[in-house]
Design a binder for this molecule. Structure first.
Ligand SMILES: [Cu+2]
Length: 141
């Protein structure tokens, strides 16, 4: 228990340190990242895929403006994907990202709402990556 606390404290320090040194890094996992609109009207961001996470994992964009996401996998072996699905059908994104690869995707959200992002890869009979916490949210305003 004490070791875990220590590890948590070290992790916290490392996070704070990184924030100070590199203020322009994307938001850490868990904190909403408001994606800025570039001069050309495109909302650009980079999302890092790891096993089993997206960083940042909460993206906030504006409706009716194109979104361009650079998906960078930092894994050495495990393939992932990046899925955004609106059950009502306004948005459907599905992109495979092989281990260590970078892929850029573009889409234009039309409906405001909060949509799930997830990886549905699975090495049966192990739990799916989504079950392991590989998920996030896209908030369209
Ligand atoms: Cu995955």
């Amino acid at each position: 228990m004490r070791l875990l606390n220590m590890l948590a404290a070290v992790g916290l320090l490392a996070t704070v340190g990184a924030t100070i040194v590199q203020a322009e890094e994307p938001s850490q996992s868990g904190s909403p990242a408001v994606i800025p609109v570039a001069a050309d009207g495109v909302q650009r961001a980079t999302v890092t895929l790891d096993s089993y996470s997206y960083t940042p994992n909460y993206l906030i964009v504006e409706a009716e403006k194109p979104v361009e996401l650079t998906l960078t996998s930092v894994t050495t072996l495990i393939p992932h994907n990046f899925i955004i699905k609106d059950p009502a059908g306004s948005l459907s994104v599905e992109q495979d990202v092989s281990a260590g690869k970078t892929v850029t995707i573009r889409f234009t959200p039309t409906q405001p709402g909060i949509f799930p992002i997830y990886c549905d890869k699975r090495f049966w009979p192990l739990p799916s990556h989504l079950d392991k916490g590989m998920e996030g949210k896209l908030e369209v305003r």
